[in-house]
Design a protein around this ligand. Structure first.
Ligand code: ADP
Ligand code: MG
Length: 338
């Protein structure tokens, strides 16, 4: 067969494989978009574990009618103002909506703040319909139906509705910790509703109590440390407040939920001599640093990060937690923190 260029739809479907692995990845992308749009209230409704329906509504800035076709076109973004070395938004690749639109029935309804009315655009297997006038008071509503109907191979790899539902809940919990002032509501026929009310004056611990548990909020050491421009804030659980797995560890880099082997191992190292090998600390750690010092463009899902100086970040995490443990008499203070 001769070499030829893939169709736009095929290209989107291939890219979608990495951005949209499962319903929870769709929820993650749509909630990130709502947060990037400055939303204060985000409502997520799912059905069938997110396979039959995911609807995310927000009260954010909205999209101008004439930009709706761009929002669903590959590599089109209103973000990434300062280039890849200065990423200050959760999104920047301009890939989520076109990817979703290539593997599901997507409808995007939005009203630009201050505009007279709302508009809606739909896309199904690359076929675009609209934009046309629609009814919506404010913000944006993104509806995703029949996820992966266009790629049955992917559909087969999904877990039960129940498992996909709980993966969605987990995504919302992780993001909610990073945005305590935002109200989150997660509902649907396939779940019991979860509501996180906005915490007073950005009170991170209030939201953490709601997400991680009131008992963690009472059994932690507050962290606030700075090393060479890298800041660590957050809460490290008391050694006695441990768990049988590492699922209760939440890491954020510049407000973005991340998974990172180095951070996991730094946390483990910090507790190494106050906790049994088979037990795991509970912690919520927020790392902030110049966007130039961390690369979030490692994988399309944007959950992996690469620090320019991982040793510095590791030392900061281990050092701050060991110091906090020592200060509260939970660990010998003569031991070197490194
Ligand atoms: P990215 O977030 O990387 O820019 P997306 O495909 O997720 O790419 O979204 C494309 C564009 O659509 C965004 O840059 C933004 O301008 C617009 N957009 C998407 N969702 C929303 C939303 N909920 N509110 C306002 N604008 C949105
Ligand atoms: Mg996005």
């Amino acid at each position: 067969m001769p070499i030829r260029q893939l169709s736009e739809t095929m290209i989107d479907q291939i890219a979608a494989g990495e951005v949209v692995e499962r319903p929870a990845s769709v929820v993650k992308e749509l909630v990130e978009n709502a947060l990037d749009a400055g939303a204060r209230r985000i409502e997520i409704v799912t059905a069938g574990g997110g396979k039959s329906l995911i609807r995310v509504s927000d009260d954010g800035s909205g999209i101008p009618a004439d930009e709706l076709p761009l929002a669903i076109r590959r590599h089109c973004t209103s973000k990434l103002d300062g280039g890849l070395s200065d990423i200050r938004t959760l999104g920047f690749r301009g890939e989520a909506l076109p990817s979703i639109g290539s593997v599901a029935r997507l409808s995007l309804k939005s009203r630009l703040m201050g505009a007279d009315g709302a508009h809606e655009i739909r896309v199904e297997s690359g076929r675009i319909d609209g934009p046309r006038p629609a009814a919506l008071g404010r913000g944006t509503v993104v509806e995703v139906r029949d996820l992966f109907h266009a790629v049955p191979a992917r559909l087969k790899f999904l877990k039960s509705d129940r498992a996909e539902s709980s993966a969605i809940t987990e995504v919302v919990r992780r993001i909610a910790i990073a945005a305590p002032a935002v109200r989150f509501e997660l509902a649907g026929a396939d779940r019991s509703p979860t509501v996180f009310e906005p915490a007073d004056d950005d009170n991170a611990l209030g939201r953490i109590a709601a997400v991680v548990g009131a008992d963690f909020a009472k059994n932690n050491l507050a962290l606030d440390a700075l090393r060479e421009g890298v800041r660590l804030e957050g809460f490290a659980g008391l050694p006695t407040f441990n768990r049988g797995n590492a699922l209760h560890q939440y890491f954020y880099v510049n407000g973005r939920p991340v998974r990172d082997k180095m951070l996991l191992s730094a946390l483990r190292g910090a507790y190494a001599d106050v906790m049994a090998r088979d037990r795991h600390p509970v912690a919520v750690l927020f790392i902030s640093l110049d966007p130039d010092l961390v690369d979030v463009n490692v994988h399309p899902a944007k959950a992996d990060v690469r620090f320019r100086d991982p040793g510095l970040v590791r030392g900061l995490v281990v050092g701050a937690i060991r110091e906090a443990l020592a200060a509260s008499g939970l660990r010998g203070s003569t031991e070197r923190a490194a």
